[in-house]
Ligand binder design. Sequence first.
Ligand code: ZN
Length: 278
Amino acid sequence: MLFIRRYFDLPPLNDIVAAVASNSHIKRPTALVTFDDGYRDNYELAFPILKSCKVPAVFFVPTDFVDRPSLPWWDRIAFVVKQSRTDIIEMKFPEQIAFDLRTTPRKHVVKKILDLYKQHRGRDERKFISHLEEQAKISPPPHVLAHRWIITWDEIRNMISAGMSIGSHTHTHGILGGMDEATQARELRESKTILERETGQPITTLAYPVGSTTAFNEITKRLAKEIGYSLAFSYYGGVNWPEHTDPFDIRRIGVEANESMSLFRTKTVFNSLFGKAF
Ligand SMILES: [Zn+2]
């Protein structure tokens, strides 16, 4: 964060929203730090660092998970696959499919089962999870299930008081690009309403869950605008050129947990120089 602070302008979210809305050119290398999913460590670990380095960040929160002591479904599936002691997970529901853990890396199996789950969302999700746990012969232990994984409304309000910003990450972390129009609209509207009620602030930004090029589409962008969002963030990479910024596809550069400082530095400097050249 000190590195970013030194080499970039770090305006708060509202200034960036205003700059994009008025088409005013941002001339110097500018960065916005964002976090998706609202994990509790955003508050406990990241927030104190951001505060002490005076970096205003944005937290995109799926509203259905806030203040709820439950393991989000994607983490529950990952837990079960990673901890499974069987060689083969043989799913008979919702379709016949087997995953060989001896020959396929577990993170690939996690991704495949998450894809299967996403196709099946809205129909018997509990049955899906309990069938997976039966076939993998493991369930998360009670202390994992009861742990509070996601931040609370009070924590969100504390972060806002300290200069941080909040945006929507839909209500249920649904993959908007795979949903019909009415469901997309509900996800976008419901999360905005809840966030505004809980924070007392207008919510004008959104990060598409997953954020890949297929995680949202032209309908999503139109709906987001109609429902009152001003900016929406994707997550497939890239920087935002002053002249070519789509307010409903603001590019982000991923920073993964195991990334070294030298890689982060190289990536960041490269993008800043590249950005300046245009
Ligand atoms: Zn997410």
